[in-house]
Ligand binder design. Structure first.
Ligand code: IPM
Ligand code: MN
Length: 384
């Protein structure tokens, strides 16, 4: 397997897993298009906070993605999943290659990792940062701050289905949505826990589904939600049909605290959420396996943006936000929060736009600005 690594600690990575200690062992998959450029900025920022907070880390870079697939025909090399299982976290830049048919890398890499590593939570914060433009007229950061918890292993994504009489006028295509009590319950319970911990003034978990039409699968979700809710009397509950949710997200985004939803609906409403918070330049997400020994993957939500490749024009903020999430979910909340503050400072004071090519800076320069904000804050604190 082709791999190289960077490391801020003098000793090589110990053979035994260091899970649970302050050493962080990360695999990065920079991937295709602009993925490597944004990954580089996220790693730069990791290095800065690691220095301040005394975290030693080791990064192993994996060349998985479109180019490797075109060269070798292989998407995840033999032993690849076990390699990832030995890490504390995975950082994914972007996948999607103009010369690879749609679906091949999405299913073969991204969905494969989510499923095989049982990353059953897809966590996508929708937070409008200072200085960032939202398409919602008259709305600001105080109005747009909620979180979508998307189930990440079931539903229409399970890949069950087939064709009958393919390529004939009588063709039939079947694409099954699968929902299990276990898959639903673990996601719903995690969302309740998360809402409790987030402890916002609203402290409300909203189930988003389509119980009026999907009277089997979403009935299971509805009943599970009601059952689990009994364990969380301190968390208020609400329900929206997904179509109505799309309206409310635009009309009253301030009414939401945490949303829990199915995989397919979650895919759709998180793009809507992404644009409310300023677009793919800033939106980040985490694919979490919160179980003991589970390994989670963090990624900017946007794609590989081939037309911007190598131009130093893509916005690295989403990737930097994903790195903050990585730190938060691997027990380094303080370092994650440092990045959050620095990013808010940079978006609020130094960027013209969050769109690629319009930021007023290049990709590397935005990374440098975040770095400078982290170090400036630390210098201020040390003076006090
Ligand atoms: C996302 C993406 C993926 C999804 C695609 C690339 C398979 O849209 O992470 O939201 O549908 O989950
Ligand atoms: Mn999507």
């Amino acid at each position: 397997m082709t791999a190289n690594s960077i490391c801020n600690s003098v000793s090589p990575k110990p053979a035994v897993s260091t899970k649970g200690e302050s050493h962080l062992s990360i695999a990065t998959i920079p991937g295709d298009g602009t993925g490597p450029e944004v990954t580089a900025e996220a790693l730069k920022v990791l290095d800065a906070v690691a220095k301040i907070d005394g975290i030693s880390f080791h990064v192993e870079t994996l060349d998985w993605g479109g180019d490797r697939y075109l060269r070798t025909g292989e998407i995840i090399p033999a032993g690849g999943l076990d390699l990832l299982r030995s890490k504390d976290a995975i950082f994914l830049g972007a996948i999607g290659h103009p010369e690879v048919a749609p679906g091949v890398l999405e299913k073969g890499l991204l969905l494969e990792l989510r499923f095989k590593l049982d990353q059953y939570i897809n966590l996508r914060p929708v937070k409008l940062l200072p200085g960032v433009e939202t398409p919602l007229a008259g709305r600001g950061p105080a109005d747009i701050d909620f979180v979508i918890v998307r189930e990440n292993t079931e539903d229409l994504y399970c890949g069950v289905g087939g064709f009958l009489k393919k390529d004939t006028p009588d063709e039939v295509a079947v694409q099954q949505a699968i929902y299990t009590r276990k898959g639903c319950e673990r996601c719903v319970r995690w969302a309740f826990e998360y809402t409790r911990k987030r402890n916002s003034p609203r402290k409300t978990l909203t189930l988003v589904a389509k119980t009026n039409v999907l009277t089997f699968g979403h009935d299971l979700w509805w009943r599970t939600f009601q059952d689990v809710a009994k364990e969380y009397p301190d968390v208020k509950t609400d329900y929206n049909h997904v179509d109505a949710c799309c309206m409310w997200m635009v009309k009253n985004p301030d009414a939401y605290d945490v949303i829990v939803t199915t995989n397919m609906f979650g895919d759709i409403i998180t793009d809507l959420g992404g644009i409310l918070q300023g677009g793919m330049g800033v939106a980040a997400g985490a694919n979490l396996n919160p179980d003991q020994g589970g390994v989670s993957m963090f990624e900017p939500m946007g794609g590989s943006a081939p037309k911007y490749t190598g131009l130093n024009q893509i916005n690295p903020i989403a990737a930097i936000n994903a790195m903050a999430m990585l730190l938060e979910h691997t027990g380094h909340a303080q370092s994650g929060a440092r990045i959050d503050r620095a990013v808010a400072h940079v978006t609020g004071t130094a960027m013209k736009s969050q769109a690629a090519g319009k930021m007023g800076h290049g990709t590397r320069e935005v990374g440098d600005l975040v770095l400078a904000a982290i170090n400036a804050e630390q210098a201020r604190l040390q003076k006090v």
